[in-house]
Design a protein around this ligand. Structure first.
Ligand code: NAD
Length: 463
């Protein structure tokens, strides 16, 4: 068979890709060619980690925090270069947030019951080796917050990351292991494979030494771990609406919503994805968004072009558009705007594809509703039953309460940007694994532990 130029090109590309991966992986802690070897190494490390005192675990976590601060910019640049998604400035902030606000061992507490018949302690014990699947939208942030919480709980972890973010993930995993070794802990507290695939994921999900699965990603992966037969934490997709009612401080609402929406080019799953605005304030809100908050008002023709560009005819997202800036998205449809434009807006029905779909792009469609009641119904519809995140701008506590009950989400931010829920300008811990579907909410060390009851009969009650 004659060898064509395209066949040669294909082979060259394949070899180059392999060279690149082994280049990234060579000499890195916690990185293995085979998933079974990665699990075996994490299992060996786990025998040491479960015996570490809380103080020793905390020393390791402190060193991970320190290295995360030091490497925030490197990790941010790597993720943007590798995935093409998000922006470096916000990703740097996200890493500092992880370093500062992901809980450590203080999250591991003990319940105690004492009385005439003795003393019972309910303690949070480790699961063992945890299998974690991570998204390409917050690749290193998820690895870091998962690992810190899992080590605090006495576990080790094997990651099957998104292949599109493998270099960034390997960098973070190597960093975590270096931090652990420097703090006197073992190597391989976090492990991964050089080439993650669905097959390596399946090996991990079925492996006898994996005690708990944690999936952060879209609906497919959450369903996969929940169908595995193992205990699983599922942190899935959202499509958070932001409702603005007639009592809101409309100018501030415009600012908060746009700030939340454009953070890291709308990649966080909790970020505002569409607005539901009561008729009486809708024009005012859009006016502030356009004149003060850098929103570009897209015409009907431009909306159609955006739909055709950001998704295919079946609604599947074009990965080359996810996490891109508003300016870049507009460029893709032939519109040139200044750097001041940070978001795209338009008014449309709730069924509009740019409104009803979780785009992860700085596009904020506005659905006009006649009153608050219709706003609640519309928001519930738009959230698609994910029960993930929703936001409201209102000074009426009855409205806020009604909305909170109706939406029933893991996160509800009132009168602020969505990122306040991650501790960025709000009172909260930080995580990038928000488990709405399985009910843990914002995951932290305690989510990665199991309850263990320790009973002393008839003694040690000293009341
Ligand atoms: P994705 O679902 O494409 O991929 C996530 C991870 O799951 C990747 O590692 C991928 O390789 C793996 N995966 C996908 N399908 C799988 C399957 N059937 N079996 C095994 N593994 C599978 O998501 P993404 O594009 O990387 O991230 C964006 C999505 O993740 C959005 O829907 C977003 O809302 C969601 N997300 C949720 C949270 C949260 O905390 N709830 C956090 C970040 C992202």
């Amino acid at each position: 068979m004659p060898v064509s130029e395209s066949m040669v090109q294909e082979v060259v590309q394949e070899v180059l890709a392999k060279m690149q991966i082994s280049d990234t992986a060579s000499g890195k802690h916690g990185v293995f060619a085979d998933m079974n070897d990665a699990i075996a190494a994490a299992k060996e490390a786990e025998q040491t980690v479960r015996m570490l005192s809380m103080d020793q675990r905390e020393k390791i976590i402190s060193n991970i925090r320190k290295k995360t601060h030091e490497n925030a910019e490197v990790l941010a640049r790597m993720a943007v270069d590798e995935t093409g998604m998000g922006n470096v400035g916000d990703k740097i902030l996200k890493h500092h947030l992880v370093a500062d606000k992901v809980p450590g061992t203080e999250d591991i507490t003990t319940e105690a019951y004492s009385g005439d018949r003795g003393l019972t302690l309910v303690e949070m014990g480790p699961f063992g080796v945890i299998g974690a699947i991570t998204p390409c939208t917050n690749p290193s942030e998820t690895v870091l917050c998962n690992t810190m919480g899992m080590i605090a709980g006495g576990n080790t972890v094997v990651f099957n990351p998104h292949p599109q973010a493998i270099k960034t993930t390997i960098y973070a995993i190597n960093m975590v292991n270096e931090a652990c070794l420097e703090a006197g802990g073992p190597d391989n507290v976090a492990c991964t494979v050089e080439k993650p695939t669905l097959e390596t994921s399946n090996i991990m999900m079925k492996h006898k030494d994996i005690q708990l699965l944690v999936a952060t990603g879209g609906p497919g992966v959450v369903t996969a771990v929940l169908s595995s037969g193992k205990r699983a934490i599922g942190a899935g997709a959202g499509n958070p609406p932001a409702l603005v009612d007639e009592t809101a401080n409309v100018r501030k609402a415009a600012q908060d919503i746009v700030n939340g929406c454009v953070f890291d080019n709308n990649l966080p799953c909790i970020a505002e994805k569409e607005i539901v605005a009561v008729d009486s304030i809708c024009d005012e809100l859009m006016n502030y968004m356009i004149t003060e908050q850098g929103c570009y008002l897209a015409s009907k023709d431009e909306q159609d072009k955006l739909v055709a560009t950001v998704m295919d005819s079946k609604g599947k997202l074009n990965r080359n558009c996810v996490g891109r800036s508003a300016k870049r998205l507009l460029e893709m449809i032939g519109v040139t705007v200044s750097d001041n434009i940070r978001c795209i807006t338009f008014e449309g029905p709730k069924e509009h594809p740019l409104i009803t779909t979780e785009l992860m792009m700085p596009i904020l469609g506005v659905v006009r509703v006649k009153d608050f009641e219709e706003g609640v119904k519309t928001s519930v519809w738009l959230e698609h039953g994910n029960r993930h995140s929703a936001h409201i701008h209102s000074l009426n506590v009855e409205h806020i309460t009604t909305y909170a009950k109706a939406l029933d989400t893991a996160i509800l931010v009132k009168n602020g940007p969505s990122y306040a829920a991650l501790g960025f300008g709000g009172e909260s811990i930080c995580t990038f694994t928000i488990a709405s579907r399985t009910g843990e909410g914002l995951t932290s060390a305690k989510s990665f532990t199991k309850k263990r009851r320790c009973v002393m009969q008839d003694s040690l009650c000293i009341r």
